[in-house]
Design a protein around this ligand. Structure first.
Ligand code: HEC
Ligand code: HEC
Ligand code: HEC
Ligand code: HEC
Length: 133
């Protein structure tokens, strides 16, 4: 092989390695390791962060369909209950202070978590049970 080709080959191998590394990171930090609901979008918090062990919670609660929590958005801006959006943070569609009448982020979490706990008669429903020190 010519030296030029070896350099080219090495360069493309490095690119592949970089791509693999890039895509491995989110996998390594996947929902398996989630212990709290992400709260960065709120900035300064008024309440203690909420514990949520993603996989363990869903297993215990017997929820099999991801779309139950990770709904999508239809072309006309409605909630899409068929196509899931897992991997997208809730804040990608629910702003903390929306200007377009959409459900704000805090309300999105509260409605989703509390509505189901009330319906099932299981899981925390009081402020201090979720926002526990
Ligand atoms: C009870 C509700 C619920 C169910 C059911 C659920 N998730 Fe999630 N998931 C969440 C919440 C809440 C987050 C955090 C969202 C955010 O960042 O705002 C999340 C985050 C994630 C993330 C991002 C992980 C990270 O660390 O950033 C992935 C990937 C994910 N879920 C995949 C799934 C898959 C796959 C399923 C179905 C097997 C599923 N989820 C079922 C509530 C749920
Ligand atoms: C791909 C965009 C998208 C993502 C991601 C998303 N939502 Fe939504 N959600 C919508 C749309 C669109 C609606 C309907 C309009 C509205 O109420 O804002 C909606 C509505 C809601 C509602 C109101 C439903 C009702 O009963 O009226 C809740 C609660 C909600 N979302 C919670 C969540 C939570 C919690 C997450 C993250 C786990 C999440 N959403 C992620 C798009 C999204
Ligand atoms: C579709 C239904 C459903 C949704 C949505 C849901 N939960 Fe739950 N959750 C349950 C059920 C059922 C239990 C009781 C499980 C048991 O112990 O048998 C539970 C239990 C819990 C518990 C007790 C400890 C544990 O992990 O079992 C916590 C904490 C909790 N949920 C937090 C949350 C939070 C935070 C959200 C919103 C991001 C949420 N849940 C959304 C159904 C749900
Ligand atoms: C079922 C669990 C649950 C219950 C019950 C609950 N919350 Fe939350 N709340 C959440 C989640 C999840 C978030 C988003 C993640 C976070 O802030 O840690 C949130 C966010 C918030 C935020 C915005 C973030 C911050 O700290 O400034 C406030 C304020 C808040 N909740 C207040 C309350 C109050 C007041 C009550 C009782 C009336 C309550 N919550 C009950 C789950 C719950």
């Amino acid at each position: 092989m010519h030296r030029k080709n070896i350099v080219k080959l090495a360069a493309s191998m490095l690119t592949i390695l970089a791509l693999v590394a890039f895509y491995m990171v989110p996998v390594a930090m996947s929902q398996d390791d989630m212990t709290q609901v992400p709260a960065d979008a709120f900035g300064t918090l008024e309440r203690p962060r909420v514990a949520f062990a993603h996989d363990a919670h869903n297993e215990k609660a017997g929820i099999e369909e991801c779309v139950v929590c990770h709904h999508g958005k239809t072309e006309d801006g409605k909630m899409d209950k068929e196509n899931s959006s897992e991997g997208d943070p809730c804040s990608s569609c629910h702003a903390v202070k929306p200007t377009d009448g959409a459900t704000p982020l805090m309300r999105a979490y509260h409605r989703q978590c509390i509505t189901c706990h009330e319906a099932k008669g299981a899981g925390p429903v009081a402020c201090g049970q979720c926002h526990a020190k």
